[in-house]
Design a protein around this ligand. Structure first.
Ligand code: PNS
Length: 160
């Protein structure tokens, strides 16, 4: 039984994240999407909102569960009995940070392995940060995020 954690901020979930969720859930028995609860990053969406949006977009995926976590990723992974962490790699610019993170995690708990999936080409440019920037200026984000997320981002920026 292979249970993996796909961690991230998901502020908000994009089609790039969904691509990694779909492809990695096909490789494992259970995939737990771990949403980092870290207010130091001043997210646009609360952790509850981010979890809700992820639950909506993964509704038809029986192997996928969405949970939030605080603190160290390795502690969360151990707590849910996962032996693997999944991360997406978009470009070489992601590599240095991801390598450092996976090596740190391996030092903290050598039983937890990190596996990388390269993002599909059509999403290699995409990030939650750019989605928020385009949305903040009223741009069209329908190519970047699912419909439920579009509605929530627009509502956020209407209120600001
Ligand atoms: O979507 P992100 O912001 O790139 O995800 C980063 C995340 C949540 C995977 C990373 O910040 C994380 O694991 N944070 C938990 C704290 C931790 O375990 N730090 C030690 C590893 S460097």
């Amino acid at each position: 039984m292979i249970r993996a954690v796909y961690p991230g901020s998901f502020d908000p979930v994009t089609f790039g994240h969904l691509d990694i969720i779909r492809r990695s859930s096909g490789l494992v028995d259970e995939l737990i999407v771990g949403v980092l609860n870290n207010n130091a990053k001043s997210p646009l969406f609360s952790v509850g909102e981010r979890v809700k949006m992820l639950e909506e977009v993964t509704e038809g995926m029986p192997k996928v569960r969405v949970l939030s976590f605080e603190g160290l990723l390795v502690d969360f992974a151990r707590g849910v009995d996962a032996c693997m962490v999944i991360r997406g790699l978009r470009a070489i610019t992601d590599f240095e940070y991801e390598l450092q993170m996976s090596q740190t995690n391996h030092k903290l708990d050598s039983k937890i392995e990190t596996a990388f999936l390269t993002t599909s080409l059509e999403y290699s440019y995409l990030s939650s940060t750019t989605v928020k920037e385009v949305a903040a200026f009223g741009g069209d984000i329908s190519q970047f995020v699912p419909k439920n997320v579009i509605d929530r981002i627009q509502e956020k920026y209407r209120r600001k």
